[in-house]
Design a protein around this ligand. Structure first.
Ligand code: FAD
Length: 333
């Protein structure tokens, strides 16, 4: 991922898309067709594939990562969590990723599995039996120890603070609380940072400034990729922002409240809002090429409109040998 970012022409912007593994084979077939269309029309710099807490989606995540990397030739970043997972499952996942030609891992701590349906599978996968991995930094260190520089490693960050224990200790939900651990995680070998979804763009501005100016110097030039979630419906928006403890600024909420009973209008206003967020962030100076990560929820339309309207679709192809291939006029249409 970072090789591809660095190979982009100066001033170029890029984006990545997140996908999660569907539960059924029919879901996989549908997603594969959609991915083929999206990758050709939108050309994300890379895609990411989520990993269920405790290894609950291990097989399916690897299956989807294989489709992305091998069958579709997309640069793929596999998410990998480390708590409630056996060391052997972590080893297997990393080895399998290597076999598939995957060079990028988003190293995460993860949470306890939420859904009952996945809990058994996670336990069968060795949940709880491993005390070596408590925080994401343990996984970053482990990957570096086992694989040297083979993997490009991304880590998660939270512009509005991580929600851990925020009900008990509300003061903990503050990026300042996470900062020493983020420094540690970055020093341990992270190559890029990817943020939790947010709508409060001022919180992101403040967060990014804090990192860039941090006395440790570790965030000076590292890619900080803002995570944005296209608005698919009013209900999904309220649920996901609540779960991730992301603030919905009052002006955004008012615009959506005004159309909340009309799903189509919610989507249209949602695209406008996301485009405004992208344009705002694009204008901010950045020492690294400016990129955006979209939590696609496996859906196509909203994200397609956003990347088209904000001119994020790359005019050049960066292939995996880092060569930049210029496309002729009209190639995109
Ligand atoms: P950590 O970096 O370990 O931090 C977690 C919390 O612990 C923070 O509050 C931090 O300040 C604190 N902390 C860290 N180290 C210490 C320490 N030594 N002592 C005390 N406190 C400490 N989850 C999934 O299950 N699957 C996914 O695919 C997935 N993808 C994600 C992608 C992105 C971009 C993001 C932002 C999150 C994703 N998550 C995913 C959610 C993530 O697993 C949770 O947010 C999890 O609670 C924290 O993971 P982390 O890697 O940030 O943990």
């Amino acid at each position: 991922v970072t090789d591809k970012i660095n190979a982009l022409p100066e001033g170029a912007n890029y984006f990545s898309l997140e996908f999660f593994p569907p539960k059924t084979s029919m879901g996989f077939a549908n997603l594969q067709t959609r991915l083929e269309r999206m990758s050709q029309a939108l050309r994300p710099l890379f895609v990411t594939v989520t990993w269920g807490a405790g290894g609950s989606t291990a097989t399916k995540s690897l299956e989807l990562a294989e489709i992305c990397q091998r069958q579709l030739g997309l640069t793929t970043c596999l998410h990998l969590t480390c708590t409630n997972m056996s060391r052997s499952l972590i080893d297997e996942a990393l080895e399998q990723a290597k076999v598939l030609g995957i060079r990028n891992i988003l190293a995460l701590r993860g949470d306890a599995p939420r859904s009952e349906e996945y809990r058994d599978e996670a336990q069968m996968a060795g949940g709880d039996s491993n005390k070596d991995f408590t925080w994401a930094v343990d996984l970053v260190r482990y990957i570096r120890k086992q694989y040297g520089d083979y993997f490009c490693i991304g880590v998660a960050t939270y512009p509005e603070g991580h929600s851990d224990a925020s009900s008990e200790y509300p003061e903990h939900q503050d990026p300042l609380f996470d900062l020493p651990y983020l420094v540690e995680k970055t020093k341990a070998g992270a190559d890029f940072l990817m943020t939790q979804l947010f709508f409060d763009v001022e919180a992101f501005d403040k967060f990014e400034k804090m990192l860039r100016e941090h006395e440790s110097g570790v965030f000076k030039t590292i890619p900080i990729i803002p995570g944005l979630m296209p608005i698919q419906s009013y209900q999904i928006l309220r649920r996901t922002t609540k779960l991730s403890h992301a603030k919905l600024p009052s002006d955004i909420l008012q615009r959506l409240d005004a159309v909340r009973t009309d799903d189509q209008l919610v989507k249209e206003v949602g695209v406008e809002i996301l485009c405004e967020l992208v344009e705002h962030i694009k204008k901010r100076p950045s020492p690294a090429r400016r990129g955006f990560h979209f939590y696609s929820l496996n859906l196509e339309k909203a994200v397609s409109h956003i990347v088209e309207n904000t001119h994020l679709i790359l005019q050049t192809l960066v292939d995996d040998d880092e060569a930049v291939v210029e496309l002729g006029p009209g190639t995109l249409s």
